[in-house]
Design a protein around this ligand. Structure first.
Ligand code: PMP
Length: 347
C-alpha cells in the first residue's frame, strides 16, 4: 500500500527575486502570536522535563466551559487531523467505507489509506457538497462520513436546513464528522453550528482546531466534541502524551485571550471580503467563502497561475488541473496577491 500512497503535501513558502515572501498556502493566521500566549509558553517551558498531563485535564475543562458542554464530550489530539486519524482508527477494518466529498481536505484519503479503509469520494456539485449523492453513497459498509464545513479548499459551506435533512437520512451506524476547522471565520447566519446538532444526535461529532483562528498551527492541538461513547472510543486510540505540555498551556492561554483573537478574525473576515470583491472586479469567478481563504477554479491554468504568484513572492496552494486556494493574509500580502492575479488576468 505504501508504494501507491501519495504523501501529504504541505503548503510551501516562496520568495520573489527581491526577497519579498508572503505565505498564503496553509490557511494560517497572518498575525504573530499574542504576547500573553508567548508568556504562557515560556512559563510552561519550565516543566518540559516532565511528561504532559496525559488527559489534558485543564484544557479539556477549559474547552468544555467555553462551549457549555460536559468535559466527557471533549477529546483532544495533536491537531484536529490526528483526531480525524483516531476516528479512522476506530473504524479501521478491511471492507469498511468512508464517504466524503471531493475535492475536500487532502488528509482524508491519506488517513483512509493508513487505516486500511475504502474512500468513497463523492464529487462536488459545482463547488458545493452534493449531500444527496453523499446520502446515496452510504450503505451497510459505511462507518464514517466527513462533511468539511466550510469546505477546504473551496470555502463553500453547507447550510443548516440541507445539513439537518442529510443527517436525518444517515443511518445510526454511521458517524457523521462535521469538520469545522474554519468555523470562527463563518459569518453566514444560516450556517449550522455542529455543537447545536450533536446534542440530539449520538452519531454526529464535531472537529475543531487551535491551528487557524487561534493561531497555534505550530503547536498542534485540536479536538472533537461528541457524545460520550464516541469520545471514549476516540480517547482509547490516542498515542500516550500526544498533546504536549506547551500546546496545552498555549491553548488555555488562547481561550483566555479569545476576545483579542476573535478581533483578529474579524479583520481577516474584512480582508476576505475585500480580496473576493477585488478578484470579482478583475473578472475572476470566486465562490462565496466562509473560511480564511478563497478558491479559484483555474483548470489547466492552475500551475501557471501559482508560478506567476510565486514570482511575486506569493505562495498559494495549487491543485494541478483544478484550481488554487489562497489564504487571506495581512493587507500587504493580500495586495501582493491581488497584484499578481491582476497581471495574470491581463496577460
Ligand atoms: N480540517 C480541515 C478542513 C483543515 O483544513 C485542516 C488544516 N489544513 C485540518 C482539519 C487540520 O488542522 P490541524 O491538524 O492543524 O488542527
Amino acid at each position: 500500500m505504501l508504494d501507491t500512497m501519495a504523501p501529504y503535501k504541505p503548503g510551501k513558502a516562496v520568495a520573489a527575486p527581491d526577497g519579498r515572501s508572503y505565505k498564503l498556502s496553509s490557511n494560517e493566521t497572518p498575525y504573530d502570536p499574542l504576547p500573553s500566549v508567548v508568556e504562557a509558553i515560556a512559563e510552561g517551558a519550565r516543566r518540559i522535563h516532565r511528561y504532559p498531563d496525559p488527559g489534558a485535564t485543564r484544557l479539556t475543562e477549559a474547552i468544555a466551559a467555553r462551549y457549555s458542554v460536559p468535559p466527557e464530550h471533549v477529546a483532544l489530539g495533536a491537531g484536529s487531523v490526528t483526531v480525524a486519524q483516531q476516528l479512522f482508527e476506530t473504524v479501521g477494518e478491511p471492507g469498511v467505507e468512508v464517504v466524503y466529498a471531493w475535492r475536500s481536505f487532502e488528509a482524508y484519503p491519506l488517513l483512509a489509506d493508513l487505516a486500511g479503509v475504502t474512500s468513497v469520494m463523492v464529487p462536488l456539485a459545482g463547488e458545493d457538497h452534493d449531500l444527496d449523492a453523499m446520502a446515496e453513497a452510504v450503505n451497510d459498509r459505511t462507518r464514517l462520513v466527513f462533511v468539511c464545513n466550510p469546505n477546504n479548499p473551496t470555502g463553500t459551506s453547507v447550510r443548516r436546513g440541507p445539513l439537518e435533512a442529510f443527517l436525518d437520512r444517515v443511518p445510526e451506524h454511521v458517524l457523521v464528522v462535521l469538520d469545522e476547522a474554519y468555523i470562527e471565520y463563518v459569518r453566514d447566519d444560516d450556517f449550522p453550528d455542529g455543537l447545536t446538532l450533536y446534542r440530539d444526535r449520538p452519531n454526529v461529532c464535531v472537529l475543531r482546531t487551535f491551528s487557524k483562528a487561534y493561531g497555534l498551527a505550530g503547536l498542534r492541538v485540536g479536538y472533537m466534541i461528541a457524545q460520550e461513547p464516541v469520545v471514549s472510543a476516540v480517547r482509547k486510540t490516542i498515542i500516550p502524551f500526544a498533546v504536549n505540555h506547551l500546546a496545552q498551556v498555549a491553548a488555555i492561554a488562547s481561550l483566555e485571550a479569545e476576545d483579542e483573537l476573535l478581533d483578529r478574525v474579524e479583520r481577516v473576515v474584512k480582508e476576505r471580503t475585500r480580496v473576493r470583491e477585488s478578484l470579482l472586479g478583475q473578472g475572476w469567478t470566486v465562490p462565496p467563502t466562509e473560511a480564511n481563504f478563497v478558491w479559484l477554479r483555474l483548470g489547466g491554468r492552475t500551475l501557471d497561475f501559482a508560478a506567476a504568484c510565486a514570482a511575486e513572492g506569493v505562495a498559494v496552494r495549487p491543485f494541478a488541473e483544478e484550481g488554487v486556494r489562497v489564504s487571506i493574509g495581512s493587507p500587504e500580502a493580500n495586495d501582493a496577491f491581488l497584484a499578481a492575479a491582476a497581471s495574470f488576468a491581463a496577460k
